[in-house]
Design a protein around this ligand. Structure first.
Ligand code: GLN
Length: 494
């Protein structure tokens, strides 16, 4: 039999329907691959027995002809999604051992449609980071290696475990959350696809909160079509999240294969920033050419406030995180370190439970929200955020979608960019503007750097127009024909 881990979700669904193999066989193949790739540290908690049980149930549905949209597809669940009775840590010591009494809406939607869960994927602590090196459960290792040195590389972050699992073929797809780039940047670093839909498209209910006005769930998978299938399942209105939007979920996979003739693709000049790897600029130009070849029209656009997006994000995101993380006090759930009195218990619990990066963000957030600085920082940042949003709305008067690079560099070695937090924050310079504006954004693998590492391009769409993003994504994907595999998989390719 063909190695089942090489299939896309779409191919696997066809095979399952035709009874070429069973959901149990598909899940077992991924469990075997996951066991062989434990050194990558993708999963904080493995749930193989649950996956086996779900796969059996899935086979029964195939036999009865009642299979759902993703029936039998084994996925990884970012460990930020609450899963009932299964440890959910947010990669933090403060939540070690926490078993939520309820299920997040997004994960519940995936189970409703028949997906099976292989494990809870590693991430940066509380989704704060760009390298998966802030996890209390250890670094995740990118399955890709540079041709020029032997150092292990970061998978990106915060969704490093999700992206590495999909790239290493130990999960067919994975959930992610994107606050400032955590789906798109790891997707680019690991040579896979990932989409952050419009803010409000997926419910945030049951997702451990980082920055509530920015957090948005989305899928990572190996193709745009697989992402479309997963998003269709994950998205939808949820009365339990007041910011989830009540509008029907389109059949996203219908966008796959549609023509982009006459479509207007905007190229924002502000995304040509200093420090971007010249290979990435070249790749961007290649992407523009691919769109022209497919009959799209290229238009120059300007997003003048983009240059303030990163700075503004690092006021708003820490502000919201300092408020959201106030609940971890050792009283209700998670870690508790006994002190001499209540305040001492709070302090000891939080000092021991949170890692360095999380503490840094809480301190920044508390500072910008403090009485004397609220207007100067927080309110100012909110005004600038509005201008960033307005830039996008103006640009979309002239074009249907924007094409940009995803990240300024390919994956870097573990330990690099660690001395100075600002260097690390710069990773998200291209992803954060759309997060601030709430627009949908997708990263696609388009080429390789000269040292053999994946490079991604980003598509940004109009609010709730993920369909156009998928349409364009598929065209780029076909033109780019990205078939490269992480070195560790080359010998195993079927
Ligand atoms: N890297 C960014 C940060 O550290 C974005 C993280 C995310 O999207 N969750 O805040």
């Amino acid at each position: 039999m063909k190695n089942l881990t090489t299939l896309t979700i779409k191919e696997a669904l066809i095979g399952l329907k035709k009874k070429e193999f069973t959901a149990v066989e598909l899940t077992e193949a991924h469990i075997k691959a996951a066991e062989a790739a434990r050194h990558l540290n993708c999963y904080i908690t493995e749930t193989f027995d649950l996956a086996r049980k779900q796969a059996k149930e899935s086979d029964a549905r195939y036999a009865k002809g009642t299979a759902g949209l993703l029936d039998g597809i084994p996925v990884a669940m970012k460990d930020l999604f609450c899963t009932e009775g299964i440890q959910t840590t947010a990669a933090s010591n403060i939540l070690k051992g926490f078993k939520p009494p309820y299920e997040s809406t997004v994960s519940a939607n995936l189970w409703r449609d028949g997906a099976t869960m292989l494990g809870k994927a590693n991430l940066d602590e509380f989704a704060m980071g760009s390298s998966n090196t802030t996890s209390a459960f250890g670094n995740v290792i990118n399955p890709w290696r540079s041709k020029n040195h032997d150092k292990p590389l970061v998978p990106g972050g915060s969704g490093g475990g999700s992206a590495a699992a999909v790239a290493a073929r130990i999960a067919m797809g994975a959930t992610g959350t994107d606050t400032g780039g955590s789906i798109r940047q790891p997707a680019a670093f690991c040579g896979i696809a990932g989409i952050k839909p419009t803010y409000g498209r997926c419910s945030r209910f049951g997702i451990v909160a980082f920055a509530s006005s920015l957090d948005q769930a989305g899928p990572t998978a190996r193709t745009s079509e697989d992402c479309a299938l997963m998003l269709q399942s994950m998205a939808g209105y949820d009365p339990k999240d007041s910011t989830s939007v009540n509008r029907p979920v389109p059949e996203y996979s219908k966008s796959i294969g549609q023509s982009v003739k006459g479509l207007k693709v905007g190229v924002p000049k502000e995304y040509r920033i200093d420090g971007t790897n010249p290979e990435i600029i070249k790749l961007w130009e290649k992407g523009v050419q691919m769109m022209k070849d497919a009959g799209a029209e290229i238009v120059d656009v300007s997003l003048p406030h983009t240059k303030y997006a990163l700075q503004t994000y690092y006021v708003i995101a820490p502000a919201e995180c300092s408020s959201n993380l106030a609940r971890y006090d050792g009283v209700r759930f998670g870690l508790r370190v006994e002190g001499d009195n209540l305040v001492d218990t709070y302090e000891k619990t939080r000092a021991e439970g949170f890692g360095k990066e999380v503490k840094r963000r809480i301190l920044i957030g508390t500072y910008v929200l403090s009485a004397g600085y609220y207007d100067a920082y927080y309110n100012k940042a909110r005004s600038v955020r509005k201008l960033i949003w307005q830039d996008f709305i103006n640009a979309y008067q002239k074009c249907d979608v924007l094409l940009t690079p995803t990240v300024p560099t390919p994956a870097f070695a573990i330990g690099e960019n660690m001395q100075d937090p600002v260097t690390m924050y710069l990773n998200d310079v291209f992803t954060i503007p759309a997060s601030m504006a709430g627009m949908p954004g997708m990263s696609l693998p388009v080429g390789l750097s000269s040292d053999g590492l994946p490079l991604g391009l980003q598509l940004l769409g109009k609010p709730f127009d993920e369909e156009t993003v998928f349409k364009v994504a598929h065209v780029i994907e076909k033109a780019a024909n990205f078939t490269a595999l992480p070195q560790s998989l080359m010998s195993k390719a079927a």
